[in-house]
Design a protein around this ligand. Structure first.
Ligand code: HEC
Length: 127
């Protein structure tokens, strides 16, 4: 086992402990790929989450676009995102009961989804 595999498994176990199912690997029916590495340390809204959203979501969920493109769902400010964290997690993991996001595009990279989950587990720090 490589160091990265152990790190990946550890991260997965953390998620397992939190959500009582390992959504990342279970949803994708993947085994942790060899060499999977994902930096899950020090994730904040300003430092990471906003970047993920602006690269993948704000084309529809921003101030300008949301009314026309995303049913009025804004994911711009810290308060917007914090109040919808559970729905975002469900949407990006394609969990039943949520609209799968990003709409019309492939599922987000597993590392991004893991980072989002860890951020929530850590109490959603803003900075
Ligand atoms: C192409 C436009 C588009 C993109 C890109 C997009 N969304 Fe959406 N989103 C929508 C629309 C439209 C809805 C309303 C539901 C529907 O019609 O599918 C929605 C709904 C949602 C909801 C509510 C889901 C629910 O079931 O309550 C969340 C949360 C969400 N989006 C998060 C995201 C996130 C996070 C991303 C980026 C990873 C993203 N969206 C990218 C258009 C988009």
């Amino acid at each position: 086992m490589t160091k990265q595999t152990i790190l990946g498994l550890t991260a997965c176990l953390l998620i397992l402990a939190l959500f009582s199912s390992c959504n990342y690997y279970k949803d994708d029916k993947l085994n942790p790929p060899d060499g999977f590495s994902c930096d899950t340390t020090g994730i904040t809204f300003n430092g990471k989450i906003l970047t993920i959203l602006s690269e993948n979501c704000l084309i529809c969920h921003s101030d300008v676009a949301a009314i026309d493109n995303a049913s009025g769902i804004y994911l711009v400010t810290y308060a917007d995102v914090k109040s919808r964290a559970a729905a975002i997690l469900g949407a990006v993991n394609h969990t039943g009961g949520y609209f799968p996001m990003p709409k019309g595009a492939p599922k987000l990279d597993p590392c991004l989804r893991l980072q989002f989950a860890i951020w929530i587990r850590n109490g959603m720090p803003e900075q």
